[in-house]
Design a protein around this ligand. Structure first.
Ligand code: FES
Ligand code: FES
Length: 168
């Protein structure tokens, strides 16, 4: 028998990359599904959908969270930041993104949005991480292509190149 409560939709609104967005969400709808399917922000990727791979990582009020472990309704009234926020409006990449490009830190790119968002949060709190600290953050992400060495090099380069904090 269907549980009617699970079918009830509610209107939610939050700031997405500084712009107010709104839409209808069932109570159990994941934030990733709301971002991708309701408001069309497809930069956030979905892999395992149970908190393991990290590719769905977004920021809520500046803190990195798994979009696949967050209900859309939990974003109500909050500030959500996704990979779409990183480059300038004209497409110019930010320092961290440029470092990824220069150090071959991605191949297929599927894991990249989540990793970029994790380090956007992390570098704001620890602007000059060690390699071990970078690898510790990366332990929350799966990348099937790069072997991680390029990602470590990119984050180190971004943090040494004045990217600390803003990563802009
Ligand atoms: S899709 Fe969220 S952790 Fe894998
Ligand atoms: S670049 Fe392909 S999974 Fe990381």
């Amino acid at each position: 028998m269907r549980d009617m409560k699970h079918d009830e939709r509610s209107r939610i609104a939050f700031a997405l990359n500084g712009r107010l967005v709104s839409g209808d969400a069932e109570p159990r709808m994941l934030l990733t599904d709301f971002l991708r399917n309701v408001v069309g922000a497809t930069g956030t990727h979905v892999g395992c959908e149970h908190g393991v791979c990290g590719c769905c990582t977004v920021l809520i009020d500046g803190i990195a969270v798994r979009g696949c472990l967050t209900l859309a309704v939990q974003a109500e009234g909050r500030a959500v930041t996704t990979v779409e926020s990183l480059a300038a409006a004209d497409g110019t990449l930010n320092t961290l993104q440029r470092a990824f490009q220069e150090h071959h830190a991605l191949q297929c790119g599927f894991c990249t949005p989540g990793i970029l968002m994790s380090f956007t949060d992390y570098l704001a709190r620890n602007p000059h991480p060690t390699e071990d600290e970078i690898r510790d953050v990366l332990s929350g992400h799966l990348c099937r292509c790069t072997g991680y060495a390029g990602i470590v090099a990119a984050v180190l380069a971004a943090s040494r190149g004045g990217a600390a904090g803003s990563t802009k």
